[in-house]
Write a protein that binds this ligand. Sequence first.
Ligand SMILES: Cc1cc2nc3c(=O)[nH]c(=O)nc-3n(C[C@H](O)[C@H](O)[C@H](O)COP(=O)(O)OP(=O)(O)OC[C@H]3O[C@@H](n4cnc5c(N)ncnc54)[C@H](O)[C@@H]3O)c2cc1C
Length: 746
Amino acid sequence: MTAASYRRDYITRPIFRWARNVLPSLSATEREAAEAGDVWWDADLFSGNPDWTKLIAFPPAALSAEEQAFIDGPVAELCRMLDDWRINWEWRDLPPQVWEYLKQHKFFAMIIPREYGGLGFSAYAHSQVIRTISSRSIVAAVTAMVPNSLGPGELLHRFGTKEQQDYWLPRLAQGREIPCFGLTSPEAGSDAASMIDSGVVCRGSWQGRDTLGIRLNWHKRYITLAPVATVLGLAFKLSDPDRLIGDHEQLGITVALVPTNLPGVTIGRRHLPALQMFQNGPTSGRDVFIPMDNVIGGIAQAGKGWKMLMSALAAGRGISLPSLSASGGAFAAHVCGAYARIREQFHVPIGRFEAVEERLGRIAATAYLLDAARRLTCAAIDHGHKPAVVTAIIKQQATERLRVVANDAMDIHGGKAVQEGPLNYLGSFYRAVPIGITVEGANIVTRSLIQFGQGAIRSHPFLLSEINALEEPDPARALDEFDRAFWRHVSHSLANAMRAVARAWTGGLTAPAPAAGMTRRYYRRLGRYASAFALAAELKRREMISARFGDILSELYLGSAVLKRWDEEGRQAADVPLVAWCMETSSATIETRLDEILANLPMRPVAWLLRFMLLPFGVRRRGPSDRLTQACAGLLLAPSATRDRLTAGIFHGTGDNGIARLERAFELTIAAAPLHERLHRAKIRDIEAARRQDVINDSEAAALHAAAQAVAEAVAVDDFAPEEITRRQSLGDMPSQAMPRPTAAE
Ligand SMILES: Cc1cc2nc3c(=O)[nH]c(=O)nc-3n(C[C@H](O)[C@H](O)[C@H](O)COP(=O)(O)OP(=O)(O)OC[C@H]3O[C@@H](n4cnc5c(N)ncnc54)[C@H](O)[C@@H]3O)c2cc1C
């Protein structure tokens, strides 16, 4: 007997038996979710020893000349056509010419390959388009986004039969069909796989001929574009009681295309999602018959819908919502910096108050981080990855950080952002935040179950092989495979434990860093935290602990993205405060979460040992210093290359709208700053008095007046006549009891 077979038969076998008894096996839907997409940088982070040279060498996301031309041409033109106020408050829809423009210029076909008449854009180009439109109108951005996300276009492209692709993709590309995708139902939201919408294989009449098909019944809600869709991608549970297409009665979740003009289909009613007037509503179907050919991928894909959806989501959720969130970050940086500079209280620009600087600094650094993560994720997708764990991280983190930024932006603007009207450029953006948080995997569930839960299985170097071995039906093969994976796992964990201890006790000094200069310490710190994470992550599993591991994994990914961005942009010295702010915040979050995990782990002796190994000196990182935050804030308060890098690609104001007024006031205020300084030194506030005393000349006085006028216009808000708000007609409809009339005595 060799040493290897002795180990397998006498040591591994009992462990194998024990593991088989105690470890729950994965259900089919769990396995399909866990196996969706692939692993990428997340696997490096899970290894405990990320290879930074690999990250640095990873090619950055880039646009082709044609993609750039699309952004400079049709995207810019579309943005000029949009009037967010009227879309939301008057028309309650995009105007017909905008719908037409979207179809004509193939905004709905960014992901459809060129051979079918689509634009065939890269993920990065798609993301840039959404980023720019979002800065102008969330309604238009969501409308353009949805046909390019999880739905008929993508599913047909990836899983459709040749005939389906040849028929549907050109129609979608030309805008002859408006698609929507129906997964969510009243019973099944986050737990979408529990849907009760059903399809039964049967024979029926299709275009006058007896045909093998499916009789569908469904009730879906929250479906974007459903009220105007011509084709519905429908997810339902398929059964085949008469065994017409195979041996199984229950086939499982299936996805099919349902033309919305079929008898029995109901669409048209609308929800009002956070008062953002994109088309969104319920749909139902009663005994709707479709031919088997409408199942995406044909009979071969019947019952494989969940796998298809998970696989499409693995890449898709890394594009749309992160782009919208990065756009929100950049937009907030743009308008808050300008507003905090032009708005004065107590004779000081509000951006100079420390407590406002605290918010501005956070906005600036968050805008830097969100775009760093967006670009890195798009680059991975464009290089063929479908990194399910990474996209779960960026979807949740980007939308969550957008909420923080949106709150900061509102607070900095005060009443200016609260009072609704055409001059308010923040209200829509603020209201829309919970939409991103809820869709494509609600954030609480994504943070607590998916990021780390899926990552711990998928991105871990050995765990999935061990689980697979435990579920292998051939006993000899199962033991062999388990033996191999298990001992590699053990030796990996031991090596990682030593690495983690050495790095923790030396403050990261033993961790490798690819670069000299200011980022060296941050690479080392992330290396230290990655090894601590990988070691502690062997334990997990309750939801709150899993969520904290999800946070650490997220910070490791976002921190990697920030360091990568700084490198890619030529290590700009002026951007150092932003990089440092992000990395200091990340370090503090990681150490705090690790501390919380160790405080809450049920196995106390293990927790004590881990604390001694991984956090020997306690939580040392407290986040960015006040001075660093002030430096970040300062970057937004005056024009600079850093400010331009942060806000590149967002749409600027047009005509006399609120943003155009703000930009004009910012420009004039900056230009007049030396004159203000002169007045200040002369201790004169009044422009005319300064002119009379020859502190300034006539043209300088005119410049100061122009700046003051522009500021007054920029801080102005809308007001309305009573009948504009409550129309007379509806006043007449009000029950008289609702409006008590004054009595004679009063
Ligand atoms: C504006 C809008 C557009 C949408 N568009 C579409 C569309 O086009 N097509 C489509 O099919 N769907 C669409 N949806 C549906 C969306 O995907 C769902 O809203 C989402 O999946 C969450 O479901 P729910 O709203 O029912 O929340 P619920 O599932 O009821 O969740 C409520 C809360 O509980 C949390 N939660 C649930 N389970 C767990 C758990 N196990 N652990 C911890 N927390 C948990 C969730 O995170 C959430 O915070 C849209 C929704 C909105 C609001």
